[in-house]
Design a protein around this ligand. Structure first.
Ligand SMILES: [Zn+2]
Length: 285
């Protein structure tokens, strides 16, 4: 398969399960789409079937996950599916949803990778439109830092530090292609600190959280089904989230991305800044 052609999936595939925040079970159907369509969500359960393109302009929330579209007619927790589509180089697909939140699966992108591989990948006649930087773009906030540097391939280097005796600093650096993504990032699951769980429940969040979809850190031990999938599963999951958020650029990025303590809010603010820089430089070229 030529990496220079846009891709879609070969046939529709379906997946169902509860969302991690709302606890509401929803079904999704990933369907093939024509070139230049991009990734588009459709709330198939609502009148007029509103469409929500997976682009940063449509981000409506970054609290514990990335949400798109208006409250009540949007989609929540899109990042793991977007990471799977981006990681496997799917440029165009229509994601039909019959509920407000993406199914959480096992907390990683692996179920979506398996689904897309089950569907198969179809090459389209149009070229992929890579976004390339002319100069570095960086965003630093009190929470962390993300910088993108000009490069010919997508590479993500990420550092996290939580100051917890069970989870302190982790660092990972990967140059991504579909194989590397599927093997090194897709299996990394969502994680959370037990000490943070109660306030989140009180805010009405994480209603669907369980050990089936989340690695729980503390008290006293790391709790996860079947043990950790990688010793540094947490930093890998942060990279997975970042890849999913970067997909909201709407086109594949070719850059070296360096992230220190990324999170959805920082990721999305960074993607906005990156898009501005890319759009600006293309206009002046
Ligand atoms: Zn995540």
């Amino acid at each position: 398969m030529s990496p220079a052609s846009q891709n879609t999936i070969a046939r529709p595939v379906r997946f169902r399960g509860p969302g991690v925040h709302t606890g509401i079970a929803a079904g999704l159907k990933i369907a093939p789409a024509e070139a230049e369509r991009g990734i588009v969500f459709v709330r198939a359960d609502l009148p007029d079937r509103p469409e929500i393109p997976a682009v940063v302009d449509r981000v409506s929330g970054t609290s514990r996950g990335t949400s798109l579209g208006p409250e009540g007619a949007g989609v929540k927790t899109v990042e793991h599916l977007l990471a799977a589509l981006s990681g496997l180089e799917i440029d165009n697909a229509v994601i039909g949803m019959d509920g407000p939140e993406l199914p959480m699966g096992d907390g990683s992108a692996r179920p979506f990778v398996e689904l897309i591989r089950e569907a198969g990948i179809r090459r389209l006649a149009s070229p992929r439109r890579f976004r390339r930087l002319g100069r570095p773009v960086a965003l630093e906030t009190p929470d962390g830092l993300i910088a993108a540097l000009p490069a010919g391939r997508l590479r993500i280097a990420c550092a996290v530090a939580f100051g917890d005796p069970l989870l302190d600093a982790q660092y990972r650096d990967l140059t991504l292609d579909p194989e590397v993504f599927a093997r090194e990032l897709a299996p990394a699951r969502t994680f959370g600190f037990y000490r943070e769980a109660l306030p989140l429940f009180r805010q009405g969040l994480i209603k669907g959280t369980s050990l089936d979809n989340t690695v729980v850190i503390g008290p006293g031990a790391v709790y996860s089904r079947g043990g950790l999938r990688f010793p540094d599963e947490c930093v890998r999951h942060k990279m997975l989230d970042l890849l999913g958020d970067l997909a909201l650029l709407g086109s594949p990025l070719r850059a070296t991305v360096v992230a220190i303590k990324p999170g959805h809010r920082l990721n999305i603010d960074f993607v906005r800044k990156l898009k501005e820089a890319l759009d600006g430089s293309e206009q002046s070229n």
